[in-house]
Design a protein around this ligand. Sequence first.
Ligand code: MF3
Ligand code: CO
Length: 249
Amino acid sequence: MIKIKSPHEIEAMRSAGRILAETFEYLAESIQPGITTAELDELASRFIRKNNATCSFWQYNGYPAHICSSVNEQVVHGIPSKKVRLSEGDIVSLDIGVFYKGYHSDSARTFAVGTISPEAEKLIRVTKESFYEGLKMAQAGNRVFDIGANVQTYVEQNGFSVVRSLVGHGVGSALHEDPEVPNFGTPGRGARLMPGMTLAIEPMVNQGTYHVNTLSDGWTVVTADGKLSAHYEHTILIKDGEAEILTSC
Ligand code: MF3
Ligand code: CO
């Protein structure tokens, strides 16, 4: 069942989204060669707590950290660690959820660590742009797969691939609600979008094959061919016209 949020619920989600956007702004300056992903986890969780909110991912299905930090060939759900120190030329995807006044916001983006290769720059740029291609279709009257079809077309035109086995989702009082929001598919299929639906649209884009594996830690998803992957996600509100991004400042 896809929930339609009331104006009161939407206000709470806007607040959760604003805190998350500010968290990314706060973290951005710290994403430099030499920092560990455990330090980023600590910075994020302290900032979120200071804003009277909590981290949605902490202990979600037993997840052992506050945020996800996925480096280079890691696609999503990388676990922050003192042993993972970022180096010049790495890319790191940070995925964060904020829980505030009973509602979640969910957002991710991929950062460059120092100077990165032109190919890695292109991957990050195309991933972000593919989100906005999908967003164009995210309005009342369209269907869920219209979003993913646009994402997929744009990504593949640029020579990259979209991950199939992980998808976006509804978000609200639960972190993951209906519907699933794939980043691929046939336009015109899936549930009809209605004003008041809140969705996390989150393309995961690989340089090479779309196939992925999960490491023995049970969480970290990596590309099957070891090539780079990037992630870009916002929580959005469906409206009659253009959607509203809830996880931006
Ligand atoms: N942000 C992820 C998503 O969009 C959720 C991470 S769940 C965790 O679905 F358990 F890994 F934290
Ligand atoms: Co998500």
